[in-house]
Design a binder for this molecule. Structure first.
Ligand SMILES: CC(C)(COP(=O)(O)OP(=O)(O)OC[C@H]1O[C@@H](n2cnc3c(N)ncnc32)[C@H](O)[C@@H]1OP(=O)(O)O)[C@@H](O)C(=O)NCCC(=O)NCCS
Length: 168
């Protein structure tokens, strides 16, 4: 198994060739090709792309990051009881994907860690209680659960992880 030690993870920029990206989930391929650039421009999302230093065009994976607030009633009741009675500030990984050819080599884990590190970095300036992810299907949910994320509720595609429980 190849471990990518020298990945560059940088904001999506014109050098990245988005046209051939395929991760096995069409909606995630389409997002990168058609919408990511516009979301960046409008400041709706930040999109970060992983590539190798000597092949800067080739997109190995990406994730999108934005903020959201979660209504207290959407959190598990046991946790909600311990929190102040207003919406909970969070960072959202809306999408995260690794190209078919690069899957199973640690890049998903590196992207997730990068998103968490960036979030921890800004959380000293802007309060963020938890990392939230939108899992596109059960396979994706399995990936996030592997790292300790739990469902907001049984009928939600969202999973979360309080920042205070993260040790990188
Ligand atoms: C899910 C996805 C992001 C994982 O990326 P990846 O680079 O293949 O995963 P990694 O090689 O970094 O795996 C890291 C760890 O997660 C585990 N893992 C990977 N996919 C998993 C899954 N679906 N369920 C449970 N665990 C999973 C690996 O076994 C590995 O465990 P280890 O660190 O203990 O060895 C990738 O398969 C993908 O892009 N799939 C299609 C799109 C998608 O489902 N995106 C999810 C968010 S919407």
């Amino acid at each position: 198994m190849t471990e990518f030690q020298n990945l560059v993870i940088a904001p999506l920029n014109p050098v990245h060739d988005r046209t051939g990206f395929q991760c096995g989930v069409e909606a995630l391929d389409r997002y990168l090709k058609k919408q990511a650039k516009q979301d960046m421009k409008r400041r709706f999302s930040r999109v970060f792309v992983a590539s190798e230093p000597d092949k800067p065009k080739a997109v190995l994976g990406y994730y999108s990051l934005s903020t959201l607030s979660i209504e207290l009633k959407k959190l598990p009741a046991k946790l909600a009881r311990t929190l102040p009675k207003h919406p909970v500030p969070a960072a959202l990984i809306g999408r995260l994907a690794v190209s078919n050819a690069a899957q199973g080599q640690g890049i998903g884990k590196i992207l997730l860690a990068d998103a968490i590190k960036r979030t921890l970095g800004v959380s000293d300036q802007i309060a963020i209680y938890a990392m939230v992810v939108d899992a596109i299907d059960d396979n994706a949910a399995g990936f996030y659960k592997h790292f300790g994320f739990t469902r907001l509720s049984d009928d939600s595609p969202r999973l979360f992880l309080p920042l205070k429980s993260i040790r990188l």
